[in-house]
Design a protein. Structure first.
Length: 440
């Protein structure tokens, strides 16, 4: 193993055991205004951010500027004859706090269409990567390559006044959001369709054009993408992608650098990558059971086996929510309207009936309910988008709406560099033993 590695493992293992024992005894001990458990276990529940665009309530779910997901589906403008909200409308709502008119949404669509040109050197950067590179890696690198277009970086270097920071940040935000579907679709066609790329159609709305460049012309798929882009856009400020974008932006990094950092967080298995894990778990279950529509009894037995093997049921549980994710419910409503006969979609619904009671019975899980990831992959597969590795890129295109809107607000408010205080375990032990008066 190597001398340093062995020594590190020995020291770290001993320390890890000590911390677990310490938290078992003193986890609820308050340090200033937080508990030791919160300090050591992900800062859960600590209020330390302001995010204007959305708020996550543990019982009600996500609200965008006070509006629930069902309200958004109803109130935000649709295309003529459509049933799903246009994400351009959600962006307007997050930026201004008011539900837009059809004309205002069409204006944003037109602006993004005009700004959607991606320089060839960005595609060259993507092409320099092996084709087998994960799509999220390609996506992040492409955003970084596009950073040379940053108007904020240029303005800052020229000595822009602090009070005017928001202006080029806003322009970068609009340009970046406009270009992301083109970049994402290029990665998709390169990796999965032999590089047979499809040019954008500026006459379509933002979501429909994304679907078109991916290679899907079905109107049902376009409606799904409109819903998908809307419900994945934001989830208040504490999740990894939102917080990372905010944190990096607090250093006055431009929107390109900030979003790329946020996308690297989204790529983690405990965040955006979970949507592909859900589908793979279902498909593994189907293969093991040799069926494409397992019964509820079969699902229950497989869930019990998953838990017995020390694994989690992907798509179930959330750090904040204590009810079924309204984003899951919105997709369920969509599925009942557009693809109720799909066996994979039906399996998702059967899992929903089976899993929560089993997880609740363990007595260890506070939230046994499904989150947004539990449903999205099945709907995408219904329309033929089979490549699970790409699902998180789609999540990323959507999430850019919320985190970049928040970044604009951060600069208007002139929020400072984020710099929380940290402590050492040695210091914590000294404080618990009353050897020092505080942890300040």
């Amino acid at each position: 193993m190597g001398q340093l590695k062995e020594a590190f493992y020995e020291v770290a293992s001993k320390s890890s055991i000590e911390i677990k024992e310490m938290l078992k005894t003193h986890g609820d001990t308050v340090v200033d205004t937080v508990t030791l458990s919160q300090i050591y276990q992900g800062m859960r529940g600590i209020i330390g951010l302001v995010t204007e665009t959305s708020l996550l309530d543990s019982e009600e779910g996500i609200r965008f500027r006070g509006h629930s997901i069902p309200e958004l589906v109803e109130k935000l403008p649709h295309i003529e004859g459509g049933t799903q909200p246009l994400p351009e409308g959600l962006f307007h709502l997050m930026m201004l706090g008011e539900v837009p008119t059809q004309e205002q949404v069409e204006h944003i669509s037109a602006v993004w269409a005009r700004r959607s040109h991606v320089p060839n050197y960005v595609f060259d950067a993507i092409e320099a990567l092996p084709v087998h590179t994960h799509p999220m890696t390609q996506f992040s690198i492409a955003i970084m390559a596009l950073q040379t277009e940053s108007l904020f970086a240029k303005a800052y270097n020229e000595g822009i006044s602090k009070k005017d920071y928001w202006d080029p940040i806003f322009e970068d935000t609009m340009n970046l959001i406009a270009r992301l579907p083109r970049i994402a679709a290029y990665i998709y066609r390169r990796k999965y369709k032999n590089g047979d790329h499809i040019q954008p159609n500026g006459m379509l709305d933002w979501s429909a054009n994304f679907a078109h460049m991916l290679g899907y012309e079905d109107e049902g798929f376009r409606e799904l993408i409109r819903l998908y882009m809307t419900i994945h856009a934001d989830h208040e400020g504490g999740n990894v992608s939102a917080h990372t974008t905010h944190l990096v932006g607090s250093a006055l990094s431009d929107p390109y650098l900030s979003l790329a950092a946020g996308m690297n967080g989204l790529a983690g298995p405990l965040h955006g990558l979970a949507n592909q894990e859900v589908i793979r778990w279902i498909e593994e279950m189907n293969r093991e059971l040799d069926t494409d529509l397992p019964t509820k009894e079969q699902i229950a037995a497989y869930v019990e086996k998953t838990l017995k093997d020390g694994k989690v049921v992907p798509g179930y549980g959330h750090a904040v929510l204590r009810k079924t994710d309204p984003r899951f419910e919105a997709q369920q409503v969509f599925g009942k309207q557009y693809c109720a006969d799909d066996k994979l979609v039906q399996t998702v619904w059967n899992i929903y009936e089976v899993v929560p009671p089993i997880l609740s019975a363990t007595g260890k899980i506070k939230n046994p309910w499904p989150n947004v990831d539990a449903h999205s992959g099945a709907l995408l597969k219904h329309y033929g988008l089979m490549e699970e590795d790409f699902y998180t890129v789609m999540f990323g295109v959507s999430r850019a709406l919320g985190v970049l809107a928040s970044l604009c607000w951060d600069r208007v408010y002139a929020f400072p560099l984020e710099r929380p205080k940290s402590v050492t375990t040695h210091q914590v032990k000294q404080w618990l033993n009353k050897e020092i008066p505080t942890l300040e």
